[in-house]
Design a protein around this ligand. Structure first.
Ligand code: GDP
Length: 489
């Protein structure tokens, strides 16, 4: 039975969808979501994408542009009054003039572009492209909408007892052992539990573990809600059934969990997620390899949860009546410039295999899914470097100031060559459940990771035939062709 609030939500969504539908008839619009977990590369991707479109970057696979049908792309005023504008100009200036990476995404932001082009039949047309950049942590919150506090508590606790999470959860678990759900509600107990639970989530996110599945997202990125009751709760070890006794800690935590859904998760779903047409999910796959098999398994869990969100996002028939649902999802392994080009296809295959498994686990059907390994900004070049008699395919780049490798510390000015190692050619053994080990990537078990990737400084911009600086990239054009090609046909 739909609740009153569900009916009101549906009505609001429908009114919004109708208005957008009417607008879309006159002026075709694509809303493209750009997401990924912290430091996946969202800000860099969005900056590079817009810069390449505005200034005619080298995008041979993006047919509309390479065939000369795009007359021009221009920025237009930000359409949504309540969403911050993506600070494109500041990001470009940092990247190109100062060769430093932009400030990462901490909040949702948006940018509108209008692309004037000639259709395949030679007619002059315009496509409005709204690009919405938002933290992937928010996306991973969506499954909470349909999950009770009891179910979430049980799931979160079970996960926190697995390696390597268990050791990171020790302090929180110790506190949990001192509380009983039926204890009287108490602000100090709730504060302590929330703090220890948040510290556990933060430790999981650390690059040594690089775990992905860490809801609730705002515990890691609280924004303006820091310290509010909606963020001051934690799982409890609950009895199998029954209701929270009145005035209990259990009741208090449950109320706040529900408030989190009302204040944070549902508004995000309606105001942003349900309005997207296309989605790119950026994944720092190499950082996950670097952290080892547990991180890889965790990432697969996160991809499944993400696909579940897209399924959930399509359930509302009212909104679907007026709006084409998300019909294309691209999963992109970012920072591919950290490995030699022979590994780009391998990186793509591994993410592809992981996505396939997530698709079958999420019983996902509908949208077209593709996978690409890309570097939105290519910070390295390739060379064969002699080591003894061997010539190793290596990458050259300027490690960022303060980066270290072994005993060497870099100053941000000096170029270095490194051989980052090869990814396995066949992704299949990585997923072998019989052995229970991600073979070939057992580096974390050895205590030392092979895939130790330095942060490089952004590259010097190249110049296009019109004399404008453009940023080098890897396969950004393939991503654009998949995400927008058909809309510019
Ligand atoms: P966000 O948190 O998803 O917005 O992540 P950012 O876009 O801020 O990227 C995080 C960091 O990853 C940047 O500061 C860069 O160091 C690195 N990075 C992102 N994209 C690329 C890329 O295409 N190539 C390289 N070499 N580094 C990248």
């Amino acid at each position: 039975m739909p609740t009153v609030s569900t009916i009101i939500e549906e009505a609001r969504l429908t009114a919004h969808a109708l208005a957008e539908y009417a607008g879309g008839l006159i002026n075709p619009t694509v809303r493209l979501g750009v997401t990924g977990l912290t430091r996946a590369g969202k800000t860099v991707f969005m900056t590079a994408l817009v810069h390449n479109l505005l200034h005619g970057g080298r995008l041979p696979v993006f047919e509309a542009l390479s065939s000369g049908r795009v007359a021009r792309a221009r920025l237009a005023p930000q359409p949504d009054d309540a969403v911050p504008r993506f600070d494109y100009e500041a990001h470009v200036q940092g990247l190109i003039d100062e060769r430093r990476w932009p400030e990462s995404t901490r909040n949702i932001s948006e940018l509108r572009l209008v692309i004037d082009y000639q259709s395949g039949r030679g007619r002059a047309r315009s496509l409005t492209l709204d690009i919405v950049d938002y933290p992937g942590e928010w996306l991973l919150d969506l499954p909470l909408i349909e999950k009770s506090y009891a179910a979430w508590s049980a799931e979160t606790l079970a996960l926190s007892r697995q390696a390597p999470r268990a050791q990171l959860a020790a302090a929180w678990h110790a506190h949990l052992a001192t509380t009983k759900p039926a204890d009287r509600e108490d602000e100090q107990t709730a504060l302590a539990a929330a703090r220890l639970f948040t510290e556990y989530l933060k430790a999981c996110r650390d690059e040594r573990y690089a775990l992905s599945l860490l809801p609730p997202g705002r515990f890691l990125m609280p924004g303006d809600l820091a310290g509010s009751p909606a963020l001051t709760f934690a799982p409890l070890k609950l009895p199998g059934e029954g209701r929270a006794p009145s005035g209990s800690l259990w009741g208090m935590m449950e109320r706040r969990y529900d408030a989190y859904k009302d204040v944070v998760v549902r508004p995000f779903f309606h105001d942003h997620f349900a309005r997207l047409d296309r989605q790119i999910v950026l994944v720092d796959t190499l950082a996950t390899f670097n952290a080892g098999p547990a991180a890889l398994r965790d990432l697969e869990g996160a991809l499944t949860a993400i696909l579940d969100c897209f399924r959930a996002g399509r359930r509302s028939w009212l909104s679907n009546m007026f709006r084409p649902r998300i019909d294309r999802i691209l999963f992109a392994a970012t920072k591919a410039d950290h490995v030699h080009h022979v590994n780009h296809d391998r990186l793509e295959r591994i993410l592809g295999r992981m996505t396939e498994r997530a698709v079958s686990r999420a019983q996902f059907a509908g949208a077209t899914i593709d996978v690409v390994a890309l570097a939105a900004v290519r910070a390295t070049r390739e060379a064969l470097v002699a080591r003894g008699r061997e010539r190793l395919p290596s990458i050259l780049g300027i490690p960022a100031a303060g980066e270290t490798a072994g005993r060497e510390s870099f100053d941000g000015e000096t170029e270095a060559a490194m051989f980052p190692g090869d990814l396995p050619d066949d992704p299949e053994p990585l997923f072998s459940r019989e052995t229970g080990v991600f073979k070939g990537l057992a580096t974390a078990d050895a205590g030392e990771a092979d895939y130790r990737f330095l942060r490089f400084r952004p590259p010097a911009a190249e110049t296009n035939p019109a004399g404008h600086p453009v940023l080098p990239h890897i396969r950004l054009d393939r991503a654009l062709q998949f995400l927008l090609g058909d809309r510019l046909a």
